[in-house]
Design a protein around this ligand. Structure first.
Ligand SMILES: Nc1nc2c(c(=O)[nH]1)N[C@H]1C(S)=C(S)[C@@H](COP(=O)(O)OP(=O)(O)OC[C@H]3O[C@@H](n4cnc5c(=O)[nH]c(N)nc54)[C@H](O)[C@@H]3O)O[C@H]1N2
Ligand SMILES: Nc1nc2c(c(=O)[nH]1)N[C@H]1C(S)=C(S)[C@@H](COP(=O)(O)OP(=O)(O)OC[C@H]3O[C@@H](n4cnc5c(=O)[nH]c(N)nc54)[C@H](O)[C@@H]3O)O[C@H]1N2
Ligand SMILES: [Mo]
Length: 776
């Protein structure tokens, strides 16, 4: 690999950099000629739904309704490369464990079901029949079904497969259905119901066209939801202020040049995105939001004193909310010095935001992992809701709360009942519908599943998609524990690290992707998914499967179920796996409020939207009102020892060249980092204070007093525009530093954006001279 290069990227998000990157990935995957045809069906009615992020699929799509990272995800699935049984004859599992994430997936799509052979330490081909027989037998042999078996899934799974999967787990006897959303927006699923009585965002795409102010907290659209830059660009052109709080100056939030506009491309006329940009300290949002709220309250008091119009929406607060007086008293008692210290911002910054906010009437609050992946994540999300509610920006057109979901169907998966929390799904109805008694005890979420694995209680771990062991915290402890699980099943499309930690019995089961044609005895089947605005869309695959030996995820679940459960005329596995419309009928019966006339409506332009009580200002909370929260305290990381100045707070980041644990390449274009992922981004003054040099290797060590040594060596120091006291590194490489018990209180979302670490010189030798990175 070429030498690492750090050089500030001067261009806007999108633009020629994006066009070039698209060309590169199509070439790398060998689909330069074939992909364009597929892409013409991308996010279209009667086409397929992008397999990258969950951003909204508009009713009137652009001729090319895709983005740079959508193309990467598509090329990754349609790739011409194949990872065949021959590949596995050449490499032992121990050898493959030394490979990095990029090189594991690079050989391409898996073509055959494989079983681990302990004697040779290799994966060898096996028939589907044998695989299904053995897995079914092993699952049935687990003694304690409540504790002994876990059914993970990652948010790419279709609605249909998700629905069957939860039914499968509940018929089996537990609610152990952790999914990838436990690691991202679980904080949302806990915070929003407490505040507004609805677990999903309240904003639809057309609200963006009506908003007169947009606020962004800890979400990076330029890399993670680039199609979102189109509505943002439109808003900016209408003169809508866009206010960003993020420790890093993310390019997509600064300026954008639409690669789909020939005029813009030729003239280079870029659009400014954020009108205010505040580099909040990481974990400082709770204090920053408190500061903004405090300033809004002060404006209100002044207005009333001067006899002018109220700044607060007093009628909304009176008619629709609960807890405002307590919150207001708390705000008044907050000390500006403390808010400045904790947020790393000036009072004037927060007041500037309050001034714009106070003059706006339709405000959208957007957020992502920068808020959810913190110890105080739940309170912080609720604080953003507080701010919106102070001026009635909830249940009003052009306004509301907008969590940007991650995986393309992570939201639909939860709607379908893939959840460890039994109260989130109508289990009574499910039981009646299928004639069984569903388990009522809470199951394991991601963190609890890991804890159970560490205790040695889990005998069987089934992974329907994803790369669980790589995505979770605490690799140093989890990987050895993982190998003690008797049965692990990896239902995947490309090789990943989770499959390289086999226990006694381990399978790799390769499946058909969403872009591919899923053909059953009844002909080609279609699927459906839900985007981040709660709209449900149909999906039709268009390419032949990567190998004739692949199975659909639905077929796999049904085949297993048929072997495991007693025949029950109400659970028609044969029908489901033949005609997926039969599954949609069952979904419509379990969830009639949203999924009536499902079969037809999923093909409507823009899909159909699930029920949003908040849009009607109906609050399904304990008080039947929207609740203001009053935070207990503002300190971060209450679960961590206080080590004062020596520790820096690490946030684990995604590059522009990855999708979670899938690494497309080693460039993070917008951040000016090339040819490496082993970097630690540091403020110049921290580098100097610690006596380090740019380009030298350092070891990061977690500050935790549980007696476990968590460290990561060989990280190159990069001087970067990041607040003092904060550092950045890439996920999943840095996950080894994150203790499994460090998570958001209330949601158990791992606190991946706030890990206290110390930085240690590895001898001071500068490995990469000339790596001066001009900040700014
Ligand atoms: N191309 C691509 N697209 C993706 C993904 C991907 O990996 N690649 N992943 C998908 C998934 S599953 C998810 S969940 C989403 C994730 O998408 P995002 O929510 O955007 O997640 P991250 O990139 O992890 O971090 C978001 C931002 O939080 C900022 N941040 C970090 N700490 C703080 C803080 O304390 N306060 C504030 N205000 N900001 C902070 C970071 O600087 C970064 O800009 O994207 C989805 N889309
Ligand atoms: N430190 C830190 N850790 C984090 C995060 C962070 O920001 N920082 N983010 C967290 C977040 S938000 C998430 S969502 C998780 C991600 O956790 P996961 O969702 O478990 O991980 P992915 O990397 O998305 O999974 C990639 C694998 O999915 C498989 N795959 C791809 N497409 C398909 C398909 O169509 N069907 C099937 N069956 N398999 C498929 C491929 O084999 C690929 O190797 O990671 C979490 N971990
Ligand atoms: Mo995610």
């Amino acid at each position: 690999m070429d030498k690492p290069v750090f050089k500030p990227y001067r261009l806007p998000a999108g633009g020629w950099g994006s066009a070039k990157s698209v060309g590169n990935i199509l070439r790398q995957e060998g689909v330069l000629a074939s992909a364009p045809l597929a892409l013409s069906r991308h996010n279209k009615v009667d086409g397929y739904q992008c397999n990258s992020c969950a951003w909204v699929k508009p009713a009137s799509p652009l001729p090319f309704e895709y983005c740079e990272n959508g193309v990467k995800a598509v090329a990754w699935e349609l790739t011409a490369h194949r990872c065949t049984p021959e590949f596995f004859t050449k490499h032992t599992v121990a050898e493959l464990r030394e490979w990095d994430d990029y090189h594991l997936e690079e050989p391409g799509r898996l073509t055959h079901p494989l079983r681990y052979d302990a004697e040779t330490d290799k994966y060898v081909p096996v028939s589907w029949g044998h695989a299904v027989e053995e897995i079914a037998r092993e699952l049935l042999a687990v003694e304690d079904r409540k504790k002994g078996a876990v059914f993970y899934s990652s948010g790419r799974l279709s609605n249909e497969a998700s629905y069957l999967y939860q039914l499968f787990a509940r018929l089996y006897g537990n609610n152990n259905l952790p999914d990838s959303s436990n690691m991202c927006h679980e904080t949302t699923s806990v915070a929003l119901p407490l505040s507004i009585g609805q677990g999903v965002g309240t904003v639809a795409l057309d609200d963006f066209a009506k908003a007169d102010c947009i606020m962004f907290f800890g979400q990076n659209p330029g890399s993670n939801s680039p199609r979102m830059l189109h509505p943002l660009q439109e808003a900016s052109r209408r003169g809508v202020p866009i206010i960003t709080y993020n420790p890093l100056r993310e390019r997509g939030l600064e300026r954008f040049l639409n690669p789909q506009s020939p005029t813009e491309m030729l003239t280079g006329k870029e659009t400014r995105i954020s009108s205010q940009y505040h580099q909040v300290k990481n974990g400082g949002d709770l204090a920053a939001l408190a500061g903004i709220c405090k300033a809004v309250l002060a404006m209100h008091d002044e207005a009333l004193a001067a006899g002018s119009a109220a700044v607060l929406d007093e009628e909304f607060i009176r008619e629709h909310t609960h807890g405002f007086e307590t919150f207001a008293a708390w705000l008044r008692a907050q000390d500006w010095d403390e808010l400045e210290r904790r947020s790393g911002l000036h009072r004037a910054d927060m007041e500037a935001t309050a001034t714009v906010y106070g003059a706006s009437h339709r405000v959208i609050g957007i957020y992502g992992m920068g808020l959810t992946q913190h110890q105080a994540g739940v309170e912080t999300v609720r604080m953003l809701v507080n701010l919106l509610m102070m001026r009635g920006n909830m249940g009003r057109d052009g306004a509301g709360i907008c969590p940007v979901r991650g995986h393309s169907n992570v939201q639909g998966q939860r709607t379908m009942g893939v959840t460890e929390k039994p109260e989130l799904f109508p289990l009574d109805r499910l039981g009646e519908q299928f004639g069984f008694e569903p388990p009522r005890e809470a199951g394991y979420n991601t963190v609890e599943a890991c804890e159970a694995v560490l205790r040695g209680e889990v005998k069987a771990f089934f992974m329907l998609g994803g790369n669980f062991v790589r995505a979770i915290p605490d690799h140093g402890r989890m990987e050895p524990a993982w190998r003690k699980i008797r049965l692990t099943v990896n239902v995947i499309t490309k090789l990943n690290r989770s499959a390289l930690l086999p226990g006694k019995i381990s399978y790799i089961l390769p499946v058909i992707g969403r872009l591919e044609i899923d053909e059953t005895a009844a002909g080609q089947q279609v699927l459906s998914m839900e985007d981040t605005s709660g709209c449900i869309h149909g999906n039709r695959g268009l390419r032949r499967p990567a190998s004739p030996h692949l199975l659909g995820e639905i077929r796999l679940i049904c085949e297993l179920a048929k072997r495991m459960f007693e025949a029950n005329p109400r659970v028609r596995w044969d029908d489901y796996m033949t005609d997926y419309a039969e599954i949609r009928k069952e979904i419509g019966e379990t969830l009639p409020d949203t999924f009536w006339d499902y079969e037809r409506r999923m093909w409507e332009p823009g899909g159909f939207q699930r029920d949003m009580p908040v849009k009607r200002r109906e609050w399904r909370t304990d008080t039947k009102r929207a609740n203001f929260v009053t935070p207990k305290a503002l300190d971060e990381d209450k679960d961590m020892p206080d080590v004062g100045h020596d520790a820096l707070r690490l946030m684990t980041l995604r590059s522009n060249d990855q999708f979670n644990t899938t690494v497309y390449g080693y460039d993070d274009r917008f951040r000016g980092i090339k040819n490496t992922r082993k970097v630690v981004l540091m403020n110049r003054s921290d580098i100097d204070r610690l006596g380090l040099k740019v380009g030298q290797a350092v070891t990061l060590r977690t500050v935790a007093n549980d007696g476990v040594d968590r460290s990561l060596s060989g990280m190159l120091v990069v001087a970067y525009n990041i607040p003092i006291g904060c550092i950045g590194g890439y996920y999943p490489e840095c996950n080894v530093l994150l203790p499994i018990w460090h998570y958001a209180a209330g949601s158990k979302t791992p606190a991946a954006k706030g890990i206290p670490v110390t930085v240690h010189s590895e001898g001071g030798r500068v490995l990469e001279p000339g790596l001066e990175y001009a900040e700014g």
